[in-house]
Write a protein that binds this ligand. Structure first.
Ligand code: HEM
Ligand SMILES: CC(C)=CCC/C(C)=C/CC/C(C)=C/COP(=O)(O)OP(=O)(O)O
Length: 310
């Protein structure tokens, strides 16, 4: 793995470069789901404990992003979407990113265990390992199912939030996991549809490269159809309710409608319109996930209000 030496560095690393290693934009939604997992749990958590726990989960997520960028420096240099990142741009060396990621991972796991409980700290460590090693180092470069299995890493955070409050796993935390797990393929494959050139240049076996657009669009539709009952069904668990049910029904109807629109034969749609639809679907996938977890938060607020919490 080639690495520029400290002396060869093209540009001086700035604080912002180390922040960029943490993938803050992606991790913002990840951390939101962890926060919701903590708040909807049936065990109240002191606000200071909740704040520190979410902070260390966020730093743990960032650490996994830094380790991902350390290992992916070679393919990031090739892909248009990622070649401006700190390591391929020569602002941070791979060794610095590795050291930063490992240090942050260790600190965040230990501090989460101390701030909440050992189980949560271990769960965070496992999640970092799953993303940095199982997904980034193994699955991503070896199978078109990479993001399906690797997607588990992105689905663990609400379970960690729940574990901070309860020290355990439950049907509800598994339901939140399942929503993100089944959401990840439509989320990512819609991006890969309009980013296909990048992945084939980098030699990464994403489904769009190995099986083409039509299979990818069919897989997106299948996952949205499997996801809908799981997401809607969560309304009937202890963390759901009428507000969540209404939001889930609307968002899943729109998500399936979008997936059907993508699945329409490519030939029927002009190229520019095709990319526009894929990009729209990708960005809607973010609203989809945020909307479900925001509705769970609203249900928790309503329950707290009904119990006379205010
Ligand atoms: C293995 C699972 C996942 C894969 C392969 C994946 C892939 C991607 C990629 C390639 C991007 C574009 C980012 C960029 O160009 O910098 C992206 C954006 C994003 N992802 Fe995912 N993602 C995954 C899981 C998740 C999860 C679990 C969440 C949140 C819970 C998430 C939230 C986001 C957000 C918020 C963005 C937009 C970031 C921006 O606007 O720059 N992703 N995803
Ligand atoms: C608490 C904790 C450890 C959370 C981790 C959550 C997690 C794994 C989120 C997935 C984020 C993501 C963009 C994955 C894509 O990696 P990629 O390498 O396919 O994307 P890239 O090509 O943009 O680098």
């Amino acid at each position: 793995m080639s690495d520029i030496s400290y002396l060869e560095r093209q540009n001086e690393a700035q604080f912002g470069d180390f922040v960029a290693l943490l993938k803050p934009r992606v991790m913002s939604l990840v951390v939101f789901t962890a926060f919701v997992g903590l708040v909807v749990a049936p065990v109240p958590v002191h606000p200071f404990v909740a704040f520190t726990a979410i902070l260390f989960i966020a730093l743990g997520g960032g650490a996994s992003g830094a380790l991902n960028m350390w290992y992916d420096a070679d393919i990031d240099r090739v892909m248009r979407r990622t070649k401006g990142r700190p390591i391929p741009a020569g602002r941070i060396t791979e060794g610095e990113a590795l050291g930063f990621g490992l240090a942050l991972a260790g600190i965040s796991c230990v501090m989460l265990a101390l701030a909440s409980n050992l189980f949560s700290g271990l769960f965070l460590a496992f999640t970092i390992f799953f993303y940095a090693v199982v997904y980034t180092m193994w699955l991503k470069r070896s199978t078109p199912q990479n993001i399906v299995i690797g997607g588990a890493a992105g689905a663990f955070p609400p379970m960690i939030g729940w574990a901070v409050a309860t020290g355990s796993i439950s049907l509800e935390s598994i339901a939140m996991f399942a929503i993100i797990f089944l959401w990840t393929p439509p989320h990512f494959w819609s991006l890969a549809l309009f980013m296909k050139e990048d992945y084939s240049n980098a030699g990464v076996p994403m489904l769009t490269v190995t099986h083409g657009r039509r299979v990818t669009r069919l897989q997106i539709l299948i996952y949205t159809l499997v996801l809908a009952p799981v997401a809607i069904g969560t309304a009937f668990t202890s963390i759901g309710g009428p507000v969540y049910l209404a939001v889930a029904l609307a968002l899943n109807a729109l998500f399936i409608k979008g997936a059907v629109g993508l699945w329409r034969r490519d030939e029927e749609v002009a190229l520019d319109d095709r990319y526009a639809r894929e990009k729209r679907f990708f960005y809607f996938s973010l609203l989809y996930l945020f909307g479900h977890f925001a509705a769970l938060l609203a249900e928790a607020g309503l329950k707290y209000f009904e119990l006379g919490g205010w």
